[in-house]
Design a protein around this ligand. Structure first.
Ligand code: SAM
Length: 270
């Protein structure tokens, strides 16, 4: 089945889109010619972005496994992306087979792929909603039915907050999600950082500006601020590949690319 078959008629598949560009960086097949062309332009400016995207994905897997092993039993993943390997529910269920996982995304193509792949999966659900309207997610009956907000759960905002424009007031939006966590709940967040590659910020931002999903890089300090007064677990805010690297490969990548193109952290509500 093609993306045209899967996507609602209203979706413009001729405009590059971040979810599909990210899929291309990860080596996936769910991307189209305009996505590949835009992604190739990004790689010409900043070839490191491909490996940074792969490391971001690996961080997501390590963070979910860490949380499941630490006793977290429910996961709300906002900004799911196209299904790939080591999706959140697969990593979580390898540790806790019946942990409820709710995916949220606003991209109809992601929703269509997600629904096709998740059909029949137990304890996994996908909801269409927009991060810019937190109540749409936090008060969503389908979310509330599956995630018990009175018991510790994890909110994952991985490689999504950089799609919020400053006019959207990302600090306020992320604070709304932090406030929704009960004690013992966790926030997992990663974000593209402009500090490591200042000369690439303007040209890369310009490529994404012409996509359906403009991107904003932010400074280390602003990214740290998204965690508010939650307690960052070791090693704190770090380059994605430096967050608890568990393989020789992750350690090697971290040595080779010590700067953080994607910064990430996992923080606990006291
Ligand atoms: C780069 S992908 C990240 C996927 C996954 N979290 C990861 O890190 O591997 C970003 C996802 O966020 C979604 N997204 C972007 N802006 C959004 C918004 N305002 N509301 C909901 N989803 C959004 C995109 O559709 C895309 O699927």
């Amino acid at each position: 089945m093609t993306d045209r078959d899967r996507a609602p008629e209203s979706v413009d598949l001729s405009t590059p889109n971040a979810a599909r560009m990210y899929d291309f960086f990860l080596g996936g097949k769910d991307n189209l010619a305009p996505d590949r062309a835009a992604a190739e332009m990004v790689l010409q400016i900043a070839p490191q972005i491909r490996i940074a995207a792969q490391q971001n994905r690996a961080f997501l897997g390590r963070a979910v496994r860490y949380l499941a092993e630490a006793g977290i039993r429910q996961f709300l993943d906002v900004g799911t992306g196209l299904p790939t390997q080591n999706n959140v529910h697969q990593v979580a269920h390898a540790v806790v087979p019946d942990a409820p996982v709710v995916y949220v995304d606003n991209d109809p193509v992601v929703l269509a792929h997600g629904r096709a792949i998740l059909a029949g999966s137990k304890n996994v659900h996908i909801v269409q909603a927009d991060l810019r309207r937190p109540e749409e997610i936090l008060e969503n009956p389908e979310v509330r039915e599956r995630i018990d907000f009175d018991r510790p759960f994890a909110i994952l905002l991985v490689a999504i907050v950089h799609f919020l424009q400053d006019a959207d007031d990302p600090e306020k939006i992320v604070a709304r999600f932090r406030d929704a966590l009960p004690p013992g709940g966790h926030l997992v967040l990663s974000h593209v950082c402009g500090d490591a590659l200042p000369e690439a910020v303007a040209p890369v931002t310009e490529i994404y500006r012409r996509s359906s999903t403009p991107i904003i890089t932010r400074s280390t300090e602003r990214i740290r601020g998204f965690f508010g007064d939650l307690e960052l677990v070791e090693p704190g805010l770090a380059n994605v590949s430096a967050w608890r690297p568990d393989t020789v490969e992750a350690k090697r990548v971290n040595e080779r690319y010590p700067q953080g193109y994607f910064l990430a952290g996992v923080a606990r509500k006291p």
